[in-house]
Design a protein around this ligand. Structure first.
Ligand SMILES: CSC[C@@H](O)[C@@H](O)C(=O)COP(=O)(O)O
Length: 387
C-alpha cells in the first residue's frame, strides 16, 4: 500500500479506474487528504480493518474493487472453475475484515455466484475475470444513483410527515455521506436533498464516540469526522456539531424535527437495525420526545436471512480506542487496569423506528406496528445488481 497526496476530488473516498484503486485515508481527515494505493485484496482487507475506508456501502465496493485490481493483470494458470474458486476464496477473506455490515457479505455472495455461473458457460479464464471486474465496477456506478434516490424519497417523505413546517432541523449520527459510500450518501443524502430543495433549516451532527466519526477534530488520528462535519462544511449546509451526550437536552429544547441515520444491517423481522454505537440511545431519546426517527439505507443493507437483531454480530474494537488518545495511537488517557467494552455498533429495535428510507421507496409500518420488509424487498427488482 503506497501513499499519494494527490487530491482527485474532495469527498471522493474511492478513486478507481480499471487496474488502479486508491482509497482516501479517512483517519487523516479533515486535516490531510492522503490516498493509499490498493494493489490487491490483502491491501483492501487491511484498509477496511484499519478504517482507512468505512461505512457499509463503501466497505463493500472497496473490497470488490481491491480484488478487481488484483486480478486485472494476474497471470492465472488453471481452468475457469479454478478462477471462480480463486475469486470466491478471496471474497471470503475480504468478508472476514469486518463483521457487522451486511453489504460486504451480500456483495461477496452475489459476486461469487456470478463467477461460478460464468465459469460453467465459458472455456476462458479471462471471461470469468472480466465478469467479476465489470460487476465490481457496476457497484461503484450504481451506488451514487441509489443514494440520490434515497435522498429524494427521504426528503419528500420527511416533508410530508412534517406538514406545517417550511424547513426542518434534522439530526444525524456517524458518517453516512459521500465518504461512507461511492458518493452523496444515505442519511446524509436525505439531508443533502432537503438542503438542495430549500427545505433544510439546519443539520445537527453528533460527535459519534468513540471514533468521533461526525466530529471536526483537530487531531488527525481522532477517528471520524471530522467526517460528517467536514462534508457539511464542504457543501455549505448549515450545521451544528453536538456531543453524543447533548442529544437528549437538544431534543428537549424542541430543536430537532427528525433524526435520520444509516444502517449496517437490517433484520428481516421488521426490522431491528444495527448501526454505529449510540444510534439506539438516539432512538430512545427521539421516542421520548416525540421526534420521528428514520433509517436511510440501500436494499443491500437488508439481511433477510436473519429474523431479528439478536443474530447480528456486533464488532468489538480495541480497548485502546478508549484507553489512549488519537484513536488508540496516542497517549494513555484512562486509568491503568480499567476493563473496557468497546462495541462499534448497537441494534435499534423496530418499535423505535418510524420508517425505513430505501432507493426503491419508503418502508412504513402496517397496522400491527411492524415493517413488512420481506414483501417490500421481494416486490422490488434487485438487491445487488449484477449486469
Ligand atoms: C452509509 S453508511 C451506514 C453505516 O455504515 C454507518 O452509519 C456506520 O455505522 C458506519 O460505521 P463505520 O464503523 O464507520 O464503518
Amino acid at each position: 500500500m503506497g501513499e499519494s497526496n494527490e487530491t482527485p476530488e474532495a469527498l471522493q473516498a474511492i478513486c478507481y479506474q480499471r487496474g488502479s484503486l486508491r482509497l482516501l485515508d479517512q483517519r487523516k481527515l479533515p486535516l490531510e487528504s492522503v490516498y493509499l494505493n490498493i494493489q490487491d485484496s490483502k491491501d483492501g482487507w487491511n484498509a477496511i480493518r484499519d478504517m482507512v475506508v468505512r461505512g457499509a456501502p463503501a466497505i463493500a465496493i472497496a473490497a470488490a474493487l481491491s480484488l478487481a485490481v488484483e486480478i486485472h493483470s494476474l497471470e492465472f494458470k488453471g481452468a475457469p472453475a479454478d478462477a471462480a474458486d480463486f475469486i470466491v476464496k478471496k471474497l471470503e477473506f475480504l468478508v472476514s475484515s469486518r463483521p457487522t455490515a451486511v453489504n460486504l457479505s451480500d456483495a461477496a455472495t452475489k459476486l461469487g455466484d456470478l463467477v461460478q455461473n460464468t465459469s460453467e458457460t465459458t472455456t476462458e479464464v479471462k471471461t470469468v475475470f472480466k465478469a467479476f471486474v465489470e460487476a465490481a465496477e457496476a457497484m461503484l456506478e450504481n451506488d451514487v444513483a441509489d443514494n440520490k434516490a434515497i435522498g429524494s424519497h427521504g426528503a419528500i417523505f420527511l416533508r410530508k410527515k412534517s406538514e406545517g413546517l417550511d424547513k426542518l432541523c434534522v439530526l444525524t449520527h456517524c458518517n453516512t455521506g459521500s465518504l461512507a459510500t461511492a458518493g452523496y450518501g444515505t442519511a446524509l443524502g436525505v439531508i443533502r436533498a432537503l438542503h438542495a430543495g430549500g427545505y433544510l433549516d439546519k443539520a445537527f451532527c453528533t460527535e459519534t464516540r468513540p471514533f468521533n466519526q461526525a466530529k471536526f477534530q483537530a487531531i488527525w488520528l481522532s477517528f471520524g469526522s471530522r467526517l460528517t462535519a467536514y462534508e457539511l462544511v464542504h457543501d455549505k449546509i448549515p450545521a451544528t456539531l453536538v456531543t453524543d451526550s447533548a442529544v437528549a437536552a437538544l431534543m428537549k429544547s424542541g430543536s430537532v424535527n427528525a433524526v435520520v441515520v444509516g444502517a449496517d444491517r437490517i433484520a428481516a423481522n421488521g426490522s431491528d437495525t444495527a448501526n454505529k454505537i449510540g444510534t439506539y440511545s438516539l432512538a430512545l431519546c427521539a421516542k421520548h420526545h416525540g421526534v420521528q426517527f428514520y433509517v436511510a439505507a440501500p436494499l443491500t443493507s437488508i439481511d433477510l436471512s436473519i429474523s431479528s437483531g439478536q443474530q447480528i454480530v456486533i464488532e468489538e474494537r480495541s480497548p485502546k480506542e478508549l484507553l489512549n488518545s488519537e484513536g488508540g495511537l496516542g497517549k494513555q488517557v484512562a486509568a491503568s487496569g480499567i476493563a473496557v467494552w468497546n462495541p462499534a455498533f448497537d441494534v435499534t429495535p423496530a418499535s423505535l423506528i418510524t420508517a425505513i428510507i430505501t432507493e426503491k421507496g419508503v418502508i412504513t409500518k402496517s397496522g400491527d406496528d411492524v415493517f413488512d420488509i420481506k414483501s417490500f424487498v421481494e416486490s422490488t427488482s434487485k438487491r445487488l445488481t449484477i449486469e
